[in-house]
Design a protein. Structure first.
Length: 452
């Protein structure tokens, strides 16, 4: 009997995989990449009736070709998708599809599909057990097996309807934004080639066991709809495309082995994407002179590009030369108007000089960074370091609590929040924030106890 229940629970657990939140995956953060994603998704958000900045795109370190939503107004994109895409227009097609899931409330509604499937499983289990009790063991087992298949089929059908709905919405958003759907069709063809490569069946029987409609069918429907749209033959945005190729090469250089990067971007390639990728490869391989030669070549092309300045500062800082990193990082921070991720690196460089005359500037820079981007544990950690160096231990504990609660360390966050609360003026904004973190940490601990 326990084996039967376990198998039924396994079916229900399998169905729940489609709506699991982001977990155990590392988020990749980069100021240039996030600015590009925002500019790519904003026109789609406006087309969907939202305002600019309403949708956030988050990059996940995962080599598979995928993107998903997990509640809220965030789209999660795997690094493997960026690597596989050939153009910015292709990625915009993916973003339009995921936006369709958000606007359709599909994550919330997934519980409907799971609930229906679970009810089918439970009913079949009860009928099967009743048949077994009546002496019809084989018939009872057959009822339960058929019930599990029906439950899975019910949920998969529900999922395919949602995917078709998101496809249709993507056509509408791209059209209203005046963006060609050629990239969307091209990316589905990339996915189809992957399926052929790995031997996925494409017949109607296989369609029953898929969470998505057959890719070939999707391509036909999308192309038929997109070709009717006036934007079908509209050229892609050249600025977005230029920025995408930079970011794609930058990401490849950051994630791939140095040897792989240097094979993909050999020395005879002298454009910005190639130099970007090689700078990361040489830096990872501790060939600092070569890494700096690439950053200097980039800055020769554009001395005021904040992201080239940021990269040079990062190479200098991480190679043990924080004082030399200050000038490029300060300039990058100023040009971007204190972009939080760049400002956080600049603040770190100021602290790393171990020159107390830099600490007031570091505090100012880091406070601006966390004010604009509170979900930045690295900046909070650096700010706590400054406070501690200046002897302001209550605020150092508060900054540590901020960093710990967002890195899923609630017990330590609770201890630091309580210590901060005891040392801060009662009723002050920082004192109130310490109380908020304390409550958040306690809630996280309660959830963990409930799960155990």
């Amino acid at each position: 009997m326990m084996r039967i229940i376990t198998s039924i629970l396994a079916v229900i657990a399998t169905l729940s995989l489609a709506v699991q939140p982001v977990a155990a995956q590392s988020i990749l953060r980069d100021a240039e990449t996030e600015a590009l994603f925002q500019d790519m998704v904003d026109p789609l958000a406006v087309a969907a009736g939202l305002h600019k900045g309403a949708i956030e795109v988050v990059l996940i370190n995962d080599p598979s070709i995928n993107a998903f939503v997990a509640g809220g107004q965030r789209i999660y994109v795997h690094s493997g998708l960026i690597n596989a895409a050939d153009s910015a227009n292709e990625v915009q097609g993916v973003l339009a599809h995921e936006l369709g899931h958000i606007m359709g409330g599909h994550v919330i509604r997934s519980s409907e599909g799971m609930g229906k499937a679970a009810n089918i499983s439970i009913l079949s289990m009860l009928l099967g057990v009743a048949a077994m009790a009546a002496g019809a063991g084989e018939a009872g087992a057959g009822v339960m097996a058929m019930g599990q298949q029906a439950a899975m089929g019910s949920y998969l059908s529900f999922s395919r309807v949602q995917e078709s709905s998101a496809d249709a919405a993507s056509v509408d958003y791209l059209s209203k934004a005046g963006i060609s759907g050629k990239g969307s069709v091209a990316f589905f063809k990339i996915l189809q080639n992957q399926e052929f490569r790995y031997g996925y069946r494409q017949d109607d029987d296989a369609a029953f066991y898929r969470t998505h409609p057959l890719t070939g069918d999707r391509i036909q429907r999308l192309q038929a709809d997109f070709e009717k749209d006036p934007a079908w033959n509209k050229p892609p945005d050249p600025d977005l495309e230029r920025r995408f190729q930079r970011v794609k090469a930058k990401l490849y250089g950051y994630l791939a082995s140095p040897a792989a990067t240097l094979r993909a971007y050999p020395d005879y390639m002298t454009g910005i994407p190639a130099r970007y990728a090689r700078a990361y490869a040489y830096h990872k391989d501790a060939r600092i002179d070569k890494a700096l030669a690439e950053t200097d070549a980039l800055l020769k092309m554009d001395p005021d590009d904040p992201y080239f300045l940021e990269l040079k500062g990062q190479v200098l800082l991480e190679s043990g030369r924080p004082a030399d990193a200050l000038a490029p990082l300060r300039k990058a921070t100023e040009i971007t108007g204190n972009a939080p991720l760049i400002a956080a690196t600049f603040g770190h460089a100021l602290i790393a000089t171990e020159d107390v005359s830099h600490f007031n500037e570091a505090e100012s820079v880091l406070k601006k960074a966390v004010a604009r981007d509170r979900e930045n544990p690295f900046a909070w950690y650096q700010l706590g370091t400054v406070y501690a160096a200046k002897g302001d231990m209550p605020r150092a504990r508060l900054a540590s609590a901020e960093q710990l609660v967002m890195t899923n360390r609630p017990a330590e966050a609770l201890q630091n929040a309580q210590a901060a609360e005891r040392g801060l003026p009662t009723g002050s904004p920082d004192w109130i924030r310490a109380q908020d973190i304390e409550m958040e940490a306690r809630a996280d601990l309660d959830r963990k106890r409930d799960r155990n």
